[in-house]
Design a protein around this ligand. Sequence first.
Ligand SMILES: Cc1cc2nc3c(=O)[nH]c(=O)nc-3n(C[C@H](O)[C@H](O)[C@H](O)COP(=O)(O)O)c2cc1C
Length: 322
Amino acid sequence: MNAPSTTMDATVFHRAVEAAIRAPSMHNTQPWRFRVRDGGLDVLADPSRTLPVADPHGWALRIAGGAAIFNARLAFAVAGRPAQVRLRPDATEPDLLARLVPGPARPATPDEIALHAAVSRRHSNRRPFDPQPVPAEVRAALIAAAAAEGAWLDLLIGRGPLALVAEVVRAADTVLVRDARYRDELTAWSRTAEADDGVSLAAGGPSPEPQDLLAMRDFGGPTRAPGRDFESDPLVAVLSTAGDTVHDQLVAGQALQRILLTATVPGLASSMLSQPIEVPAARERLRGGLSRRGCPQMVLRIGFGQPGFPTPRRPVTEVLDA
Ligand SMILES: Cc1cc2nc3c(=O)[nH]c(=O)nc-3n(C[C@H](O)[C@H](O)[C@H](O)COP(=O)(O)O)c2cc1C
């Protein structure tokens, strides 16, 4: 049985939610809620904040939920009470993504401390990166981060694989933007005025141009200054899991966040491209192109760049039911 909630646990839960809400979510919808119950912290999906067109089956919601769970785990760890985590602990409550209960006390590891410190520094950066290559030891750490969470990360090596993935991203983006409902939904979350969700013009990056290798999602940003093209040899990676169940997607979300934070620690920037995951035929081509079993869950671009633009979050009081 869990010990009854103490003042320390209440502080841990609050800090865990503060960290969790810094997680990435598609279009910054922040589709989560949190609940303190039975000496633990519940992470729930918020069905009122889904994307019916871009995410009809809840894949993106669960990736975001998994990322939020990972941040919460880090907060428990740095508080000296690493969480015991159960994914989807109650079949009768499908919105309940995870329950985190403070486990036996132990000091946080240096890795946990560094990753936790990176939570507030991580932002999606959709601007061109510097040409400087990502060092080999960081590449190895990114691969290890995925493996530590039960997923894997393929770093694309060479022109052929990069060209193939770029072509799949572009084809998927073309399919998506052809749909007026998709464009309307994207516009609805692209913010031109102050808001506590959605993607601002500054954070959304420059508007895509035909010569770009990677078709970035168009959040209606400004055209770029002449000569400020994207890096010609980006580090692109594909995160995959063994299957594509709800459990696999929650694992993928945790792995995604661990990778993003692992990149943030040594000062790298990152952004995500999920168009090929949203279009089933593109996802299948991506899977085939990687010559792997398993299911691609996210395409990532990682490199050295200027600091990204933070996106806003709804306050803890709005998402935590204590
Ligand atoms: C499931 C998922 C899919 C995403 N897809 C894209 C994408 O295709 N293009 C993009 O630029 N950002 C994408 N993002 C990043 C979100 O737009 C971003 O996390 C959100 O706006 C919050 O900003 P932040 O990452 O700076 O905290 C995705 C994030 C998640 C979790």
